[in-house]
Ligand binder design. Structure first.
Ligand SMILES: Cc1cc2nc3c(=O)[nH]c(=O)nc-3n(C[C@H](O)[C@H](O)[C@H](O)COP(=O)(O)OP(=O)(O)OC[C@H]3O[C@@H](n4cnc5c(N)ncnc54)[C@H](O)[C@@H]3O)c2cc1C
Length: 393
């Protein structure tokens, strides 16, 4: 269930095992929701839990709204900021992204490029980021600290005047996540996977402790096993099943902007850390993403949401982009309070979850899928799932 990064990669690993797989999604194309226009960065060396900096302001504001689901989520997220939990979640995340990198290599993805820059405008912030990265270096991630001249060397077209320096991770990657999903879906089809698109799931039907079938707009589908990879899963489906899935949408904004000339834009993908804006060159276009809003399930957006994204890009690459022809959208990160996904089964013994990929779905998808396929096949997954299991109730 679900044809985003989580659903398509899981279908691939299951089909490779010889299972008969059907993927159901309400959209007319694979990867049409969060997996469509994300930042495109496989930011393995930056697998930190999201905490105060990323979401503090948004959370305080959002808690003023009447939304009990968010209140519960916000409370759990708040406790993540305490030292012990933060370290535990960090270790869980590192374990998962390491496994995901390995799984992505085995998957043989094409079209990904390597080398991501994490820019800082402020020298103290750069120093802080370098110290924070110590834990990642100790886990074997290659991270180099470079000054403004080093940034200019890697990025000759950037106006690096206001840049203090950057952390450079040569092993991090980037690419077009929708193209990745669509190409993998083709490979799935060649393995016999059937994609049942434009087909909304209306209900998931249990009998005792098992799911017997799902009811879709176009009929009922029976199966031995079901994988829930529905991203920001509809409240209605959760309520109808009577289960608690600790995922809340964190809204972000994405613009895909044509480059004035192919040479004008960045050579690498980068995150402007002081603005929390991501830039990733995708052929003749630049993908610009940012924003983290706890705005419920709505997907509205307006020019004011894109102004800070464009402002960061204009400062770094003045005159490089044709903003009048930008394609814009809002999308939702399916986020758990700990910012780590959930796997395994809850109340129903044949309903497996691959949900809550949050802000790092592209980074974690291949590992998450292999874990899910192993669980469905009754095997122990390749990593310890402590902190990554869905609760049974
Ligand atoms: C602005 C932004 C930037 C991001 N940048 C990055 C990045 O640089 N790097 C990174 O690693 N991650 C990034 N992410 C996160 C990443 O995009 C997500 O974690 C990932 O796309 C989640 O994949 P998913 O398959 O779980 O969910 P989705 O892609 O949302 O897939 C869920 C699917 O389920 C379907 N569905 C839901 N309900 C139903 C139903 N009732 N019936 C039928 N179908 C249904 C939907 O149509 C959808 O296709 C970013 C996210 C955002 C919002």
């Amino acid at each position: 269930m679900g044809a985003g990064l989580a659903g398509v990669t899981t279908a691939w690993f299951l089909a490779k095992e010889g299972h008969e797989v059907v993927v159901v999604d309400r959209e007319p194309e694979v990867a049409a929701a969060a997996s469509y226009a994300n930042g495109g960065i496989i930011a393995a060396s930056r697998a930190y839990p999201w905490s105060a900096g990323e979401m503090g302001g948004a959370l305080r504001q959002a808690l003023l709204r009447f939304d009990p689901e968010l209140w519960l989520w916000g409370l759990q997220h708040f406790f993540l900021r305490t030292g012990g939990s933060y370290r535990r979640v960090l270790e869980t995340k590192v374990r998962l992204v390491r496994y995901a990198q390995q799984s992505l290599n085995e998957l043989g993805a094409e079209g990904l490029k390597s080398g991501v820059l994490y820019l800082h405008r402020d020298a103290d912030a750069l120093e802080g980021a370098w110290q924070r990265a110590e834990v990642m270096r100790s886990h074997g991630f290659e991270i180099r600290r470079i000054d403004a001249a080093g940034v200019r060397e890697l990025e000759p077209t950037m106006d690096a005047g206001r840049i203090a320096g950057a952390l450079y991770a040569p092993g991090d990657q980037w690419g077009d996540s929708a193209a990745f999903c669509r190409s993998l879906a083709e490979r799935c089809r060649a393995q016999g996977v059937h994609f049942y698109l434009e087909n909304e799931i209306l209900s998931i039907e249990p009998v005792d402790v098992r799911i017997r079938e799902i009811v879709t707009r176009r009929g009922r589908i029976r199966a031995d096993a079901f994988v829930c990879a529905l991203g920001v899963m509809d409240r209605r489906l959760r309520e109808q099943l009577g289960i608690h899935v600790p995922v809340y949408p964190v809204k972000g904004f994405s613009a895909t902007v044509p480059l004035a000339s192919p040479q004008a834009g960045p050579r690498h993908a980068l995150i402007d850390e002081s603005r929390r804006v991501t830039l990733a060159p995708l052929g003749a276009q630049l993908r610009i993403t940012g924003g983290a809003h706890l705005a419920g399930y709505e997907l509205e957006h307006g020019p004011a949401d894109f102004a800070p994204l464009y402002d960061a890009a204009k400062q770094l690459y003045p005159g490089a982009l044709d903003y009048a022809r930008a394609r814009v959208r809002a999308c939702q990160r399916p986020m758990t309070p700990e910012t780590t996904p959930r796997f395994g089964t809850g109340r129903y013994h044949n309903l497996w979850f691959n949900i809550g990929l949050g802000h790092m779905g592209f980074t974690m998808a291949a590992g998450a899928a292999r874990i899910s396929a192993d669980l469905v096949c009754g095997r122990n997954p390749g990593i310890d799932l402590e902190g990554l299991r869905i609760r049974r109730h």
